[in-house]
Structure formats: structure tokens, C-alpha cells
Design a protein around this ligand. Sequence first.
Ligand code: FPP
Length: 234
Amino acid sequence: MQQEKKIPSHIAFIMDGNGRWAKKRLLPRKAGHREGVSALRRMVDACADAGVEMVSFYAFSTENWTRPQEEIDALFKMVSEFADKHLSEYVRRGFRIMFMGDLSKLPSDTVAALKKIIEEAKDNTGMVVNIALNYGGRDEILRAVNKIISAGIREVDIQTLSDCMYTGGLPDPDVIVRSSGEKRLSNFMLWQAAYSELVFVDELWPDFDSAVFDKIIEEYSKRDRRYGNIRRIG
Ligand code: FPP
């Protein structure tokens, strides 16, 4: 019997393996990141075509600052170019655009490019494209706790903390996908991942295409999501 296809409302990607993709081809690491941007664009298109409501990408973690300065500079240059060229196209397609993470530490020209996009997209109502930049899951939880303390709230429930996350008011990821065969979350969406399905794919991130996307949907469709209950929900 053919499996009924289930489309997640929110799919999140941990983009891994750009460096290995480049190394295999004797190319500089930044060539892997450049191909990584193309893969990200392919996944945005695949998600939009499939009717996904929100897609998240882990682009730069709070730990990535330990990489060589040359690689960091190349990455943020790519983010700025991506904003000018492709995020502006997404704005025209009606996508909502958000960034999660502490943007204040990013190069000022990158921050300016991102702010311009946030302003342009503010009235959009389409698929949410969420990009994590200088993001860490533990940092996000601490930031939420400090927000709550500053507001003078003395008793906290799950809803209050959820509302104080960068993703407040938006759905938790139904599925978190990591590329390149690594099987860990690496500080990504720790709070929101409570009931996410985890899908680990061997392909390196730059090799992600519509066939890999279809494989992910097929795997997700097979999962029996119970949320602690004994029977399948949704
Ligand atoms: C992990 O691969 C990838 C990253 C740390 C960067 C991801 C960034 C992009 C795909 C491009 C920039 C993003 C935007 C939004 C324009 P790795 O370098 O750790 O790979 P490795 O484990 O094979 O070395």
C-alpha cells in the first residue's frame, strides 16, 4: 500500500557538509558555502511548491565565530548578497522573512541589508522563511528567561516561554533535517525541537535537490507522531 504523503507545516534544516563538499573537489571552503546557498534556494522553492507554511535554516551558529576570519567574512558577504538578490525576490513572492539570533554582532552592512528586507516584507502573509544567524538554542532560552525577568513575571508556564522565543506565535518544527550524516542538533531550536521528528540524510548540503526533498517527505510521512500519547495524531 502506498504511504499517504504528509506535508510538514514547519520544516527546519541544519545545513551541514559544505566544507566536505568543497574538499572532495579540491575547492576552497567558500565554494562549498556558495553551493550551499544554491541548495538553500532549491529547498525554499521545494517547500513553497509543496505548500509548507514555514521553513527554517541554520546558517551561522554562536559557535561558528571560531572559524577562520576569512571564512566568516566570506559567509557574511554571501548573506548580504543573498539578501539583495534572492531575499528581495522572496519578498516579491509574498514570503514572510525573519531572522533569529543576535544580529547585533554581524557586520554592519549585512545588518543593513537584512533590516531593509525585514522592512520590505513586513506586510507579507505567505510562507515564512526563517534564517538563523549568530543563533544558539541555549542563548535563545536564556534571552527568553531574561525577557521574562525584565517584565517582572514571577511564574512561568510553557506558553509564556514559547512566546518569548524568536519563533513566538509560530509553529514548532514538525521535522528537523540534518545533512551530511551527522546525527545531532548542535544547539539548534532546542526548545522548539521537543516533539520534532528528526531526519538525518547522508547527502552533503550542497547536493540537496528536489529528489532529496521528496525522500525527506517520504520519510516524514512514515513517522507515527504520538506526542506522548499511545495513538497516532495527525
Ligand atoms: C556547515 O557546513 C555550514 C555552515 C556553517 C554555513 C551554512 C551557510 C550557508 C549554506 C551559506 C550562507 C547562508 C545564507 C543564508 C546565504 P560546514 O562548513 O561545517 O561543513 P563541513 O562540516 O563539511 O566542514
